[in-house]
Ligand binder design. Structure first.
Ligand SMILES: NC(=O)c1ccc[n+]([C@@H]2O[C@H](COP(=O)([O-])OP(=O)(O)OC[C@H]3O[C@@H](n4cnc5c(N)ncnc54)[C@H](O)[C@@H]3O)[C@@H](O)[C@H]2O)c1
Ligand SMILES: O=C(O)C1=N[C@H](C(=O)O)CCC1
Length: 248
């Protein structure tokens, strides 16, 4: 049995993970901790993998503490900058047998939309990302949209493409955020859960890729897959993105 501890266990995602682990035939729940609990309770003696779904302001400290405790970590919390990722990698170089896995999105629909976006990117002059989420989300743009925009930008650069065309001279914020030259528009609407559209345009044509997570159950197969992968010793160091565990 894989012994799993959940950090952020009282949250929207954490509570789903607790239930998914309890329902998994090859896993058992070790500890379910939330804000104010001491993460030092999580040790290799009781936990094979810790799953972290908290808030962007707490995730780095939590991950560093869990690495120090000697357990492998699966992280779904967003807000990862290059600097924060480097801090995790640096902590792991001192503990080469350990691994941390971070995914901006565990839903297969979102992972595939990201993958298809990378393939489509070099073929279209214009590209923009629209992400739509529930209004209780604290960060914008979404971690998924940032990841998608970075992937599109990298694919465009590799193909030798220039900037996306845009004659806007003043926008009063209406053109959204910009990540690596790709515009991201964030919608927050009661009734929504997690959704993303990637828009690609050429003269006279458009391609739209859309991923919808209607329910948080959509993330659970990906979380459990990541837990199973990180329970072994194949994935040492830092791994980012569920595509690493799929045969794409
Ligand atoms: N990767 C994915 O597929 C995916 C999917 C959904 C949400 N998310 C991300 O997961 C994160 C959590 O989302 P949510 O909707 O569950 O949020 P939430 O606010 O419902 O839950 C966060 C939980 O973390 C707890 N918490 C806060 N600080 C803590 C700390 N220092 N230590 C331990 N627990 C702490 C809170 O008390 C709360 O119970 C967000 O960053 C969100 O964007 C990722
Ligand atoms: O509900 C959220 O919050 C989500 N956050 C992730 C993001 O920011 O990309 C994944 C989708 C749901």
């Amino acid at each position: 049995m894989i012994r799993v501890s959940v950090v952020g266990a009282h949250g929207r995602m954490g509570s789903h993970v607790v239930q998914a682990v309890k329902n998994a035939p090859d896993m058992e729940l070790a500890l379910a901790l939330d804000a104010g609990d001491d993460l030092a309770q999580i040790t290799p003696e009781n936990t094979d993998v810790a799953v972290e779904f908290t808030v962007p302001s707490a995730a780095l400290d939590n991950v560093l503490a869990l690495v120090k405790q000697g357990v492998n970590v699966v992280v779904g919390t967003t807000g990862w900058t290059e600097d924060k990722l480097n801090q995790v990698s640096a902590a792991l170089t001192e503990r080469p047998a350990q691994g941390v896995f971070i995914a901006p999105n565990f839903a297969i629909s979102a992972v595939l939309a990201d993958y298809f976006a990378k393939i489509a990117a070099p073929y279209f002059e214009s590209a923009e990302v629209v992400e739509l989420h529930h209004p209780d989300k604290v960060d914008a743009p979404s971690g998924t949209a940032i990841h998608t925009a970075q992937a599109i930008a990298a694919a465009r650069e590799a193909a030798g493409m220039g900037l996306v065309p845009d004659a806007t001279q003043s926008d009063n914020g209406s053109r959204g955020g910009v990540v690596d030259g790709i515009h991201i528009h964030a919608v927050r609407l009661r009734g929504l859960n997690a959704h993303e559209e990637v828009l690609f345009g050429n003269a006279g044509e458009q391609l739209v890729l859309r991923a919808d997570s209607f329910d948080r159950s959509s993330f659970m197969p990906g979380v459990l897959l990541a837990v199973r992968k990180m329970a072994g010793d194949t994935y040492q160091g830092l791994t980012v993105g569920l595509d690493n565990f799929l045969d794409l």
